[in-house]
Write a protein that binds this ligand. Structure first.
Ligand SMILES: C[S@@+](CC[C@H](N)C(=O)[O-])C[C@H]1O[C@@H](n2cnc3c(N)ncnc32)[C@H](O)[C@@H]1O
Length: 200
């Protein structure tokens, strides 16, 4: 997923990035590492340049993950503890929500998407990775792995609120986005899809 974001230049020229449900700050770590590789000439042929955001912010529910992000990324890191259902988003050029929305109920998902749209300018980017509930066994496998990982990370057992990729696209359209979908499960047993949405 992180490779695909770089390979397709999805976050290129996005000065302000907001990562909702950012966990331990993997996206920001990845972006920092990518920029170092790019500047050292250690970069795959044919890929666009590494993104050079002015600021990457993150909001994460679990304090332990926020502490880990700060320990790894240092004092310049703008990851704060909060609940994306009510935390202020401010404004951003790109909002990223990777493997998070299914922890929220349907109404909360809708509210987060409406607030994300309000935080973005016209043509602002929203990247969402979801599990495609219409993908049969691969989807069920993804769900089991997800539940197991979240239990291991200290979350209470959760009911997951999933939709098919088509339903996610319809919801995003209703919230003011135009959407492209890219399968993200190549070579794996998962049913992940990256939705690339632009504010219209
Ligand atoms: C599967 S992890 C993905 C983490 C990160 N997006 C990544 O790709 O590395 C899901 C994350 O969403 C966070 N999360 C779930 N519900 C949240 C909420 N209401 N507000 C903020 N974070 C939330 C969890 O604590 C967890 O860190």
């Amino acid at each position: 997923m992180f490779n695909a974001i770089l390979e397709h230049g999805l976050l290129l020229n996005r000065a302000q990035i907001l990562d909702l449900g950012c966990g331990r700050g993997l996206l920001e770590s990845w972006l920092r590492a990518a920029l170092l590789c790019y500047e050292n000439g250690d970069w795959p042929d044919g890929w666009p340049p590494a993104p050079r955001p002015h600021r990457t912010r993150g909001i994460e529910l679990m304090s332990r993950d926020v502490r880990r992000a700060h320990a790894a990324l240092g004092s310049a890191c703008a990851i704060s503890q909060g609940d994306i259902r009510n935390a202020a988003y401010g404004s951003a050029d790109a909002i990223v929500i990777l493997d998070v929305l299914h922890y929220l109920c349907a109404q909360e998902q809708l509210e987060v998407l409406i607030r994300a749209r309000a935080a973005l300018p016209l043509r602002g980017l929203l990247l969402i990775r979801i599990g495609d509930a219409s993908a049969g066994l691969r989807f069920r496998y993804s769900q089991w792995v997800d539940k197991l990982v979240m239990l291991c990370r200290g979350h209470a057992p959760a009911i997951l609120h999933c939709r098919s990729a088509a339903q996610w696209r319809a919801l995003l359209s209703a919230c003011g986005f135009e959407v492209q979908a890219t399968a993200m499960s190549e070579g794996t047993r998962f049913a992940n899809v990256l939705l690339i949405a632009r504010a219209i």
